[in-house]
Design a protein. Sequence first.
Length: 317
Amino acid sequence: MRPLGLGEILDRAVTLCVRHFVIFALIWVVFALPLAVFQFLGTEDQSKIFGALADILKQSNSGKATDPSAIGSALQGTPIFNGWTVAYFLALLLVSPLATAAMVAAAGALYLGGRLDFAAAYRTALSRYAHLLGYNLMCLVSAGALYIAIILIAVIAGIAIISLGAALKGVGIGLAVLFGIVIGVALICFVVTAAVAYNVGFYACVLERRSFVDAFVAGIQRVFNRVGLVRALLVGLAYLAIFMGIWIVTVLGQGVLFGLLHSNVLGTAFGAFMSIAIAAFITAFMTIFYFDLRVREEGLDLQLAAQASSADAPPTV
């Protein structure tokens, strides 16, 4: 174990994911399968909507005039949410932390050269479940407070930009646009870095068995400091790019299967497979970054080497 570059983290994540994909898939499918059932039972409305939108797209491509109200009718004709859709989101909220923690426990053990089977991974996750729910609640409350603060800052910045544009006319408009772009980029950077801090704290809660308060503090301290901030930003941007790419593939695939082929079974199966693939790779990726961050900030590699030397040393009399 040593400090790694971003390319090395990605390479090791792919290796870890491919080499141990079976155990990752088994852990995640316990969560993904009932989730897929809820999605299947809740996608009848979505399938109709995708189908209606696909018909509108076909008419547009064939040169026929498209009634603008048809799109609104397609979206409003059938409700998207039903009881199974509610069950789907409740599973995401209450069950996903358990499955994610099992994935994290397995990935952490495997990356350090150990083994953790399906049952042991879920036992570890169950032992941390209450803290994980507390951690997610704490992060949700903090995110809500930050959201309100960002809205207030955005309103103040908007008033300042409008005033600047009115005062300086043409030059002011250019400066206002530049200022808006800078604020937008800064906001994106902050959000992705905060997302990385959330993951680092989640991993600390599982792998270090910290309480949810300690894990929350550890995630912030490890990311928002001189050593971790730039790397967390780069990893967060890479994470965002990977996630968006996979999400686009998933949405397009399900759009074709739901809308053009009108198959809930194929659409749901495709979504479940992509869910497993995403979970396996993202878990491996963030696990390696988590350990790399601790190597750089805490000398974890030296600590593990010292423990190994102590274990191999002959007993003294």
